[in-house]
Design a binder for this molecule. Structure first.
Ligand SMILES: [Zn+2]
Length: 291
């Protein structure tokens, strides 16, 4: 691959997904001098509040939801700075809540946003930045969160529309993104993490008598790409812990995650679904083949 600066665009649902799912990839790309663009669709205001120091209780006080949205947007901006993200877009849609919750049906929820509106905004961003690589979730949203599934659907629609000048002609010059990936957590690795947590006495799906390991993550055989993120693992954790409202302030928890991460989060795995050249699994660089 040439040293020419390339552009990576990631589309996520909530603040903190950029760090947990693609923090290593973003930081590595920035270190290589590439341009990175993060789009976060919602404010994540339905996330639990794990940091008591924030004194937010959205269950009791609805006004705290709006405050949590502000807190999470600030955390996202700081995490993006840690990852050296070049451009950050917060689309500002409202969190739809976990799968099967009442808020899924709310008119303000991201899942109920006008698809043309969301797609049009993404097309504008794609045409402006002309990314060489786009990463989003798979059609199951990774683990079924409605906002992740919506992010997937809107991104895939935007990729098609961005390449076709008859769609959203006001949104700029068409751009056909050469490489597209889904984030993918390998089933075998997910099982390993759950077993370790189970061993430590933590609650995991393994306790469920109907637990089906085939429902977990991405089948290993579909994973095309594994990027070694160990050189930037420290920055990934630093970015993730910037989301204090979600990660809490416990030093012990941070220590545990950092320690466990050395074994369980050495790689960020992906599934390539569009490439100018056939992928040779396991590919180790998302920018390969883009000469
Ligand atoms: Zn999320």
């Amino acid at each position: 691959m040439s040293d020419e600066s390339l552009t990576l665009l990631v589309v996520h649902a909530h603040p903190d997904d950029e760090s947990s799912g693609t923090g290593g990839l973003l930081r590595l790309a920035a270190k290589r001098g590439h341009t990175t663009v993060v789009v976060t669709c919602t404010n994540g205001e339905l996330g639990d509040v794990k940091d008591p120091a924030l004194s937010l209780n959205p269950e009791e006080n609805p006004a705290d939801r709006a405050r949590l949205a502000d807190v999470r947007r600030e955390e996202l901006a700081r995490a993006s700075a840690v990852l050296d993200v070049t451009h950050l877009y917060m689309l500002g849609y409202h969190d739809s809540g976990m799968q099967g919750t009442k808020t899924n049906a709310a008119s303000y929820a991201f899942v109920n946003a006008d698809p043309d509106d969301v797609t049009g905004r993404l097309v504008g961003i794609i045409r402006q930045h002309r990314p060489h690589v786009v990463i989003t979730y798979d059609d199951k949203g990774g683990y079924g969160h409605p906002d992740h599934i919506m992010s997937h659907r809107m991104t895939m629609a935007a990729l098609e529309a961005a390449a076709d000048g008859t769609h959203y002609p006001e949104a700029g010059v068409p751009w056909d993104v050469p490489k597209v990936y889904y984030t993918a957590w390998a089933r075998s690795e997910m099982l390993r993490v759950f077993k370790a947590l189970h061993f430590l006495g933590r609650k995991t799906p393994l306790r469920d008598p109907d637990f089906d390991p085939d429902s977990l993550g991405c089948p290993d055989e579909l994973i095309t790409t594994k990027v070694d993120i160990r050189p930037v693992l420290h920055d990934k954790w630093r970015a993730l812990f910037t989301h204090r409202s979600q990660m809490g302030g416990s030093h012990f928890f941070r220590w545990l995650v950092r320690l466990g991460g050395r074994w369980f989060y050495r790689y960020e795995s992906l599934r390539c679904v569009r490439s100018p050249q056939p992928i040779q699994p396991l590919e180790s660089d998302i920018f390969s083949g883009l000469d």
